[in-house]
Design a protein around this ligand. Structure first.
Ligand SMILES: Cc1ncc(COP(=O)(O)O)c(C=O)c1O
Length: 435
């Protein structure tokens, strides 16, 4: 497969040009990657009006993903904002969206900026802040009752739990409602033996972060959709994006296309190795969580260790996980990790002494009381208070640490005692509240 963006930049570098354009480093090495870092000079195409090398590269990606695919050099965060705006543009008004509660913070700011009205899916008994069950029956009841324009879900979630996208899509389409999916953690799903990416399962639009599960530079992401036209997508992306896309990231996406040509086979070989590690950790007494094939999440609190403690001990051994909280720890291996990497993870985890379950963190699955809309709260006058003083106040922004960037209380909702305690115990020191 050709790599038109990489080839163009190699040609350009080879000519040793006098660079009288941005970026200001002019190709001189300050931190190491400057020679490859260009801007939209003649021949380099334009990300949101592509008809040259970027267009060719995106066509390659579209062929690989089997659906129209658009590049983002600003992560899924940009694509999430674009998805919400796309919907509002299509409707010609502020959209009404039924969303599962574990949305990434970019969805909240997208709702605030577009004025989209958000109705939350009713919480399910085992929901945590980060990981929720999307129940198609509940979704259908809420569609009938609340009449949203779209349903918005996050799958896989941060802990590796996946939703039944096909069932949710069937419900949505029965009622003439769009299905939008934040699949930031699932860019690889299309390459499973049985493609299980959201679009293959019936979603209308989704985003995926190439940089999370595929070997791409941080910031590389895709928006996939056949429902919305190229003109709609490019205009929505441009509304929120920088006019200076990173050509380092574009090259990364371009080169990734070549890698993805053989990715299916690599995954087919690697997934059984991940399964083996999960099984051996379970045999040792760890409790795996989630059903995503390429993520290893352990509910360590069921084995007597907090996720935080497990993380610190792993870091002492030079092993860095993706995420840890009180109850869970999450690892993101991929074929680059290799079997040796998996064995190393497993052998370190197997040296930790396990014991009886800790008391499980309980954060009641009830929605906080809404005092005003997300948009009104986001634009209201605010002050920042220590978490100890925020009980009873209305949140003026998302209150969250990153990762996982999922907020237990969103702008416009009242912060109750349990939420304040949750924030405190998850390391949030101060929150923005309405004055
Ligand atoms: C579920 C989810 N959606 C969206 C994002 C944003 O992705 P990106 O970092 O590619 O902007 C994240 C980031 O962690 C995420 O976890």
């Amino acid at each position: 497969m050709k790599t038109p963006i990489i080839d163009f930049i190699n040609d350009y570098k080879g000519k040793k040009p006098l660079r009288l354009h941005t970026p200001g480093h002019k190709g001189f090495v300050f931190c190491g990657h400057e020679e490859d870092d260009i801007t939209e000079i003649p021949g380099a195409d334009e990300l949101f009006s592509p008809d040259g090398i970027i267009e060719l590269s995106q066509k390659n990606a579209s062929r690989l993903f089997g659906t129209p695919t658009y590049y983002s050099t600003e992560g899924s965060s940009l694509c999430v904002r674009a998805m919400v705006f796309l919907l509002c543009q299509r409707l010609g008004r502020q959209a009404r969206i039924l969303a599962a509660r574990n949305v990434h913070r970019s969805f909240i700011t997208a709702a605030a900026l577009t004025g989209a009205d958000v109705i939350w899916q009713r919480p399910m008994p085992d929901d945590t802040v980060v990981s929720v069950t999307v129940d198609p029956v509940t979704v259908e009841e809420q569609i009938i009752r609340d009449k949203p324009d779209a349903v918005y879900i996050t799958t896989p979630d941060y802990l590796g739990k996946t939703a039944d996208v096909a069932a949710v899509a069937a419900v949505c389409h029965r009622h003439g409602v769009y299905l939008m999916v934040d699949c930031a953690h699932g860019a690889y799903l299309h390459f499973l033996p049985e493609p299980s990416d959201p679009l293959a399962l019936g979603a209308d639009v989704c985003c995926t972060s190439a940089h999370k599960t595929l070997p791409a530079l941080t910031g590389a992401a895709y928006l996939h959709t056949a429902e919305f036209s190229r003109e709609e997508v490019l205009s929505a992306m441009a509304a929120f994006a920088s006019t200076s896309p990173s050509y380092l990231i574009l090259q990364s996406l371009d080169g990734l296309n070549r890698y993805l040509c053989t990715y299916r086979q690599r995954l087919r070989r690697f997934i059984p190795e991940v399964d083996n590690v999960k099984a051996s950790l379970a045999a040792k007494g760890y409790v795996p969580y989630g059903d995503e094939p390429m993520k290893i999440t352990l509910r360590t609190s069921m084995s007597g260790l907090t996720g935080y403690e497990t993380q610190s001990r792993l870091i002492e051994k030079n092993v860095y996980p993706e995420y840890a909280d009180r109850d869970f720890i999450t690892f993101l291996p991929n074929p680059q990790t290799g079997v040796r990497g998996l064995r190393r993870l497993s052998s370190v985890l197997c040296t930790f002494e396990l014991s009886d379950p800790l008391e499980q963190e309980r954060f009641a699955a009830v929605l906080p009381r809404r005092a005003m809309s997300i948009r009104d709260a986001f634009f209201a006058k605010k002050t920042v208070l220590p978490v100890s003083q925020c009980e009873g106040r209305i949140a003026g922004d998302v209150c969250v640490s990153c990762p996982p960037a999922v907020s237990p209380v969103v702008c416009g909702e009242v912060i109750d005692g349990a939420t304040a305690e949750y924030l405190r115990s998850h390391g949030v020191k101060s929150v923005s509240v309405i004055t």
